[in-house]
Design a protein around this ligand. Structure first.
Ligand SMILES: O=P(O)(O)O[C@H]1O[C@H](CO)[C@@H](O)[C@H]1O
Length: 332
């Protein structure tokens, strides 16, 4: 039975028709124009098991890459995907039932390819709650990654450094998160649970895989990045406004080291479907916790710092992908 759902660009699609007629954008860097007005729906859309399976079928029919590792590129970090060889690139607009990216610094493509010879799939641009999408929609592509065969997720983001010892340009390996939006009852797993995705009540105490954290810390030494590598607690705020001084001070007391507007719901969704997760933040700005400053956080700076750190981030992720691939091979 065909199901009518509402795509992120506000159009109604019959999903069976779209899948039959969809085109792939193979090795093509030019995306069709993006709409700047996604449907504003905080209500969980019904991305059923069958719809995710259809998206997976659409992608798998158009690429020979069979990834075990999925990567989400944060703001300004999309260059990662440009390092993939033999790449098959799918603009989100072309993927049936997919939302569209509307944020500067997020290209809006799913890219499959080889990173240093290892098959990966890469979200070059993610979805945020402040764009008007439900948390479950923001993290829906993580389930697509699982269906495409991924066992591991690398989630990257740009974040403000709240820990006063952090510097702009540091990499913070995420050891844990505080789900501030969850405190208000908002979760990507809200609503009926389809046990084929995962359990109703997934544990979250090892959300960020301890073995992968150890590997990343070792790599940072080997790569002589120790002085600019941190390990801390991330939180996701709803955005799109940056935080007030009082809010930041409160989160500091709660143990937050870095603040962003993503990742937490993706990681919850990943753990729900049993993906192993590695996450890191690029510290793109210092959080302003004093009133007597003229500094203001702005998105252009966030994107610029991401671009400046391109080479370091790409090397780091490439090494992590190699290490994760070794773990996967050793488990077979
Ligand atoms: O988390 P990513 O997507 O890296 O982006 C971060 O940067 C943007 C704010 O400048 C927000 O979208 C925030 O979440």
């Amino acid at each position: 039975m065909s199901q009518i759902i509402i795509n992120g660009n506000g159009n109604h699609y019959d999903d069976s028709h779209k899948i039959k007629n969809g085109n792939s954008y193979k090795n093509n860097n030019s995306s069709p124009p993006r709409t700047a007005s996604p449907i504003f729906s905080y209500v969980n859309e019904n991305y059923s098991y069958e719809i995710i399976d259809n998206i997976k079928n659409y992608l798998m029919a158009r690429t020979k890459i069979r990834p075990k590792i999925g990567i989400i590129c944060g703001t300004g970090l999309g260059h990662l995907a440009e390092n993939l060889t033999e790449a098959d690139s799918f603009p989100y607009e072309e993927i049936p039932n997919f939302p569209v990216s509307t944020v500067a610094g997020h290209a809006g493509r799913m890219v499959f390819g080889y990173l240093n010879g290892i098959e990966v799939m890469c979200m070059q641009g993610r979805f945020h709650y402040y764009e008007g999408y439900a948390l479950s929609t923001c993290s829906m592509p993580v389930r697509v990654m699982k269906f495409c065969g991924c066992t591991h997720l690398i989630a990257t983001n740009a974040a403000g450094g709240l820990n006063s010892s952090y510097n702009v340009g540091d990499i913070m390996i995420v050891k844990d998160h505080i789900n501030i939006m969850g405190f208000a009852g908002n979760s990507p797993l809200q609503g009926p649970n389809d046990h084929r995705f995962g359990p109703r009540f997934p544990p979250m105490n090892k959300a960020y895989d301890p073995e992968l954290i150890d590997i990343a810390l070792r790599l940072s030494k080997e790569m002589k990045m120790e002085s600019e590598t941190r390990c801390g607690v991330y939180t996701c705020v709803g955005g799109p406004n940056y935080e007030t001084v009082a809010e930041l001070r409160m989160w500091k007391i709660l143990g937050v080291d870095a603040v962003g507007m993503s990742t937490v719901h993706e990681v919850i969704t990943a753990r729900h479907c049993n993906l192993k997760v590695f996450g890191f933040s690029l510290i793109t700005n210092k959080c302003e916790t004093e009133y007597d400053t003229h500094e203001e956080t702005n998105h252009d700076d966030v994107v610029t710092i991401g671009q400046r750190r391109q080479a370091k981030i790409t090397n780091f992720v490439t090494r992590m992908v190699e290490e994760i691939n070794n773990l996967i091979i050793n488990c077979q």
